[in-house]
Design a protein around this ligand. Sequence first.
Ligand SMILES: [Zn+2]
Length: 507
Amino acid sequence: MRWSKAPSTQYPVPSSHRKAGYGVLSTGYWVLLAGVTLLSAAPSALPPAPPSAEEKHIAVYSPVASYTLPVLDRAGREYVGLLELLEPLGRVSTQSDGRRLRLRYNALDADFFAGKTRAKIHGRDFDFGAPFLIENSRGLVPLSSLSALLPRFLGTPVNFRESARRLFIGTEGIQPSFRLDAGNPPRLLLNFSAPVNPTISTEPGRLRMVFKRDPVVSPGSQSISFDNKVITHASYSENNGDAELDVAANQPLMASFTDDRKTIVISAVMVPAVQQTPAAPSGVGTVTGSQNPAQARSAANSASGNNNNNVRRVLAVVDPAHGGDERGAALTDQLAEKDVTLGFARLLRHELEIRGFAVALVRDSDTSLTLDQRAAVANVARAGIYISLHAVSQGSGAQVYTALLPVEGTSNGVFHAWNAAQAPALPVSRMVSAAIAAEMQKREFPVRASSASLRPLNNVLMPAVAVELAPGADGIADLTSANYQQRAAAAIADAVVSVRDRLGVQP
Ligand SMILES: [Zn+2]
């Protein structure tokens, strides 16, 4: 088992399953799966779309405050409110009779006149180059004047990038640096000299980070190519007060922050080809030679109409937990959980196939996969059901788990979507869990059903359960007994059949 949070005390985690590094979702470590996998399937999870006619903004960055202000178009020029511009930077007050505006900024006085290009600041003339405006006693200054105007008040030079509407006062900005870690999967590390808080969104092949309040500047080049087949390049742009970094890849991308929020780690989620067995010879149609679950699904669906059996073939994704270097619990000195789950998964595949399901195993060998990859396999395939299998040496019979979704408010925006992708399917997941418990009881397996913060259940879009097999009357030997496993697998398969009509990605 893998726990992201402690489960309820009613269902303690066997200590053999507690292992350093299993707590995947620590606080402050947001995980987002980018790309087609989650987002195309759950459009409601996307962040709110920007207004169709995007409002113009100017962003101001200074050591005392970073803020954005609306930009107004007047007679073909762009303006910003003078009081609003100065207010976060010092003590400011204005008085106006509609034709003249007197302003005091800290100890400095200024006089402005409606419709005039000239003003007096601290006794000296200033030329706006365009008319100063007064609207509802509010002074508006042309953006084009800011580079010259602000130093007169602030006493320091400013860097105003007018085309992007970004104004830097007393700060050089935060320059990102990139480092590509060409491992498997590859990762791109973006380092910043100060904490950042971008809005992250995705579209197929692209992960976008938009910096609204952080004075992020160009990494030195508008476009950076990486010598990598998966993460290919990054680009920088700035517009309307925002800076944007885009990373392009040909696999879904996942972004996470380090705790200090100075590093964004962007990793590719390598969606593995899933071992697919030929479908059962049940006269329903066969799925042969498919190398991935999407093909299996389409074959499964097209099979439904071409013979006298009208039952829709549902794709079940069965996930033997752990694998490769990640051995899971040590059930005995010799017996690793990863091997028990694989054998159990193969038996469950058989039991589901003879009941007319198409089945894909997330792994059919001793390979290591991340939790995100496991969820991605089921989500990309739009499977009807996802079943994760674990094993444990203590207890007896079986435990069936459904997701315990993160509490509202502990996540934000699109990040929430990945942690709570399971939400729409959860009622059916609980039906599946109850059905499995009932079938196991019929076969005299002691069984308990509960919910737990158990990844990747919360990242899966379709009904999803985890079944943890514990020894029976013969003790630990049961865990390697094909007969014992087969009884458990048959119970699960019968239960899945009983809810077949409810399976699939929930609307
Ligand atoms: Zn486990």
